[in-house]
Design a protein around this ligand. Structure first.
Ligand SMILES: Nc1ncnc2c1ncn2[C@@H]1O[C@H](COP(=O)(O)OP(=O)(O)OP(=O)(O)O)[C@@H](O)[C@H]1O
Length: 234
């Protein structure tokens, strides 16, 4: 479970996140939806201990990220691509991450198979497409068999087949009881993936609830998004 409470983050004079509170529950896919610059990445970076909040808390399983004993075993994350060096093979990258986090090497072929990279594990990451790189990032996130997954715009770079694969994969993670939080500015994608939605605009939460609740009273989630964020004319 993820609990964000009264989070505030300023970048100089700019308030990127203002009093943001929401919960992402176990066994559900929670979509963090908002237009560009709404404050999604700023919130997720604080949740993952990459940045500090000015005030408020962001907890994973009741604890701030920086106090987790085995972070990779608690939360898997995907922020920008896989982070793998282009000269490394996929297998080499995953083995290095596993070794430096006390995760058995036997997980490496398992996660490569899970994300559909079983056949290219010995290839160099420099030759990977954007979609393959996203899959490698997901494999890295899954290495420690975490209960919580936090993914920032994971659909970026995926082709329609990859998008469908990711949707089914995240649904199966939730069905296994994991907490899945993913950000996106693509409402149609989230409509078919997320159980719950948290809509953020201009640093503030404008709506949260089940996907059906958020779109209630609108002809589609797309209409709901434009009405809630006031971004129709952008
Ligand atoms: N390091 C920074 N320094 C200054 N301003 C920043 C910094 N990081 C983010 N911001 C600003 O804070 C606001 C929120 O940005 P953030 O990246 O969190 O939004 P986002 O919802 O993730 O958007 P996107 O989908 O474009 O990544 C934006 O106005 C952005 O320009």
């Amino acid at each position: 479970m993820i609990e964000v409470s009264h989070l505030v983050k300023r970048h100089g004079p700019k308030v990127a996140v203002r009093d943001v509170s929401f919960t992402a529950r176990a066994g559900r896919v929670t979509g963090f939806l908002g237009p560009n610059g709404a404050g999604k990445s700023s919130t997720l970076r604080i949740l993952l201990g990459l940045d500090s909040a000015d005030s408020g808390t962001a907890l994973i399983g009741g604890k701030p990220y920086r106090t987790l004993r085995n972070p990779l075993r608690t939360v898997g994350s995907l922020l920008e691509g896989s982070g793998a060096h282009p000269s490394r093979t996929a297998r080499g990258h995953l083995s290095w991450v596993a070794a430096s986090n006390g995760i058995p090497r036997t997980r490496v072929p398992e996660v490569l198979d899970l994300v559909g990279l079983g056949d290219v594990g010995r290839k160099r990451v420099g030759g990977f497409s954007l979609g393959m790189n996203q899959r490698l990032g997901l494999a890295t996130a899954l290495l420690g068999e975490p209960e919580v997954l936090v993914l920032d715009e994971p659909v970026n770079g995926l082709d329609p087949r990859g998008i469908r694969w990711l949707r089914e994969f995240l649904r199966s993670c939730a069905a296994d009881g994991r907490t899945v939080l993913l950000s996106s500015h693509l409402m149609t994608e989230l409509a078919s993936t997320a159980d719950d939605l948290v809509v953020i605009n201009n640093g503030a939460i404008v709506h949260s609830g089940t996907t059906a609740e958020v779109s209630a009273g609108h002809t589609s989630l797309e209409d709901a998004f434009f009405a809630l964020t006031g971004t129709e004319d952008r």
